[in-house]
Design a protein around this ligand. Sequence first.
Ligand code: NAD
Length: 328
Amino acid sequence: METLILSKQDVSKLINMKDAIASVEQAYKAYCSDQVIQPPIVSIDDAEHNGEIDIKTCYSKSEALVSIKCASGYWDNPKRYNMPTLLATIILLDGKNGYPLCIMDGSLITSYRTGAAGGLSARLLAKKDSKKVAVIGAGNQARLQIKAISEVVNIESVSVWDTCKEFMNAYKNDISALLNVSVETCGTSKEAVMDADIIVTTTPSRKMLVMNEWVKSGTHIIAIGADMKGKQEIDPKIFCRSKIYVDSVAQCVERGEIQNAIETGDIEISDIYAELGEVLLGNKEARTNESEVTIFDSTGMGIQDNTLAALIYQKALSSNVGTTIKLL
Ligand code: NAD
């Protein structure tokens, strides 16, 4: 038997946002149907190099497939090494015998499955007439989140704020070209979020960037950036008046945006309304009125990597993409 090797370029030929959204939907349902063994994430905080490494593993019972992903965020990579901040590698093993089926670049899979999670949450939780999207952070995820949201919402305008003006301007150019919508760069995060129907936060910040009093009723918030202990983007007080959805309760209380609201005592774990998979399975309600504020706290799960990587692997086999090696 052979092992398939898929480079980032190979994966780029096979991946698209529609598939990613369907794949994350499948992943969230599996997670809430006892179809997944997902050990806790192993994290390494590399403060010396302004970086972090996460190792996410998962066994999908229904697919009999094991995935192991090593993903890193080294925030100075673009300036220091002319490399992206996010790098990731995924290994897929046959769950019946442990055979290494595929070794693939995982950076696009991480980007797409994370964007897809935000888009899926907007489909389920944002007001149907949402038009204005605010994005805090102008990096990689800021692009993928908008790409995914545009699959499910008729976006009319995007407002963006980032600490780096140059990144904001590049973002404006990219998103205007991608979607043909008006994109406004803002001088403050307050200016960006004040009139938004959907707010996406996607920075590696460790302090509040969005305050409670700036968020109007009926807003849907997609909290992406906080995926590790110590990260924070939003005011914990926002949670007190919101209906709270998460990808995984176990992960979010430890490393999601919600860790901060629990730590300050603003909310308790029992205040989390649902995991998104429960909504998809019809066991919990989505938004029930136009005025509630909804928050989706995403930390990113091994099963999201597993389902999307499995799809890319199958597509690669059927379209003859990639190279094979004999590892054993
Ligand atoms: P990126 O480096 O491409 O973009 C980050 C952007 O945030 C940059 O434009 C940077 O200038 C800006 N920024 C940095 N610090 C800031 C601050 N304090 N205030 C405002 N802007 C700031 O990174 P990315 O890949 O887009 O990831 C963004 C965040 O999302 C990271 O924290 C990452 O760990 C997290 N993430 C979460 C998931 C998930 O599943 N929830 C998946 C991927 C990434």
